[in-house]
Design a protein around this ligand. Structure first.
Ligand SMILES: NC(=O)c1ccc[n+]([C@@H]2O[C@H](COP(=O)([O-])OP(=O)(O)OC[C@H]3O[C@@H](n4cnc5c(N)ncnc54)[C@H](O)[C@@H]3O)[C@@H](O)[C@H]2O)c1
Length: 266
């Protein structure tokens, strides 16, 4: 078994499906002990999981890896504290915190969105990452030997997009959180980075993927002419979680096939 993350203890939020699941499986395949966390253990319907009939933990164990599931709603600070406490009582310490849990809202203009859409995006995407960072940092500082935080942001945190303002502003806040964490805790050896994908194939984007008009428009706009895959994001996450990236700090790394370089592609 490869060992780029041998014995690192990694918590992933929103890990039942999509990126969280793909990253968890990839971390375990590199030797990490993974705490798979979500509001429910089963994968979301409509995703692109390798085998959605089994849980993330079962998929990891099928390949000989080590993982445990902890239920946690990231919008509740107490539950996030409990998640970190359970991680430490199960595996002894925390090495990497991945704030991945997220929700998406689209297809309305600013004046059409209801306050519930605004709160949903802010509560999960922004507040959830803030709570995750707070709990992880307290544990990292207590351990006294650094730490590593990875936030699943988005290209939506780096630029504006039409018809999804509530999502974009929550991702913009998450991008700023990434920068603030890097500035405040670099001196403690706690690295923080953000991963910024464009549209990739998960349950979150299923409706768009199935919409032929959107699919044609999107693929045309990407210089590499394809959707992002969960594996693309998982590969980057493994690198950021490993010591191979030890001088990368405070970065918001685009992983978008070149989409944000231009308005449209040739
Ligand atoms: N798929 C994309 O195109 C894309 C692009 C850029 C960024 N992202 C971001 O990547 C992250 C993962 O998205 P995904 O595409 O894998 O989506 P997904 O819907 O497949 O998975 C998201 C997971 O988060 C969980 N979740 C939702 N609310 C939660 C809460 N309150 N507490 C704990 N878990 C919760 C869900 O149960 C689900 O398992 C999100 O932050 C999303 O904004 C996705």
């Amino acid at each position: 078994m490869p060992d780029r993350l041998q014995d690192k203890v990694i918590v992933v939020t929103g890990a039942a499906s999509g990126f969280g699941r793909g990253m968890s499986v990839a971390f375990a395949a590199e030797g990490a002990k993974v705490v798979v966390s979500d509001v429910h253990e089963d994968a979301n319907a409509g995703g692109f999981e390798t085998d959605g009939s089994i849980t993330t933990v079962q998929e990891i164990e099928k390949h000989g890896g080590t993982a445990t599931y902890v239920q946690c709603d990231v919008t509740d600070a107490g539950q996030v504290d409990d998640l970190i406490a359970t991680t430490v009582s199960t595996f002894g310490r925390l090495d990497v915190m991945v704030n991945n849990a997220g929700v998406y809202r689209r297809d309305k203009l600013v004046h059409e969105f209801g306050v519930e859409d605004l709160y949903a995006c802010f509560d999960v995407n922004c507040k959830g990452s803030f709570f995750g960072a707070q709990s992880a940092i307290k544990q990292f500082l207590a351990q006294g030997d650094g730490g590593n935080i990875i936030n699943l942001v988005s290209t939506a945190g780096l630029q504006g997009h039409p018809s999804q303002s509530v999502y974009n502003i929550s991702k913009g806040a998450q991008a700023q959180l990434t920068r603030c964490l890097a500035i405040e805790y670099g001196r403690d050896g706690i690295r923080t980075n953000g991963i910024c994908p464009t549209f990739a194939k998960t349950s979150l984007t299923r409706k768009l993927f199935d919409d032929k008009g959107f699919d044609d428009f999107f693929v045309e706009s990407v210089p590499l002419k394809r959707w992002g895959e969960v594996a693309d994001i998982a590969d980057l996450a493994v690198f950021l979680a490993s010591d191979e990236s030890s001088y990368i700090h405070g970065d918001l790394i685009r992983i978008d096939g070149g989409e944000t370089l231009c308005r449209y592609s040739v």
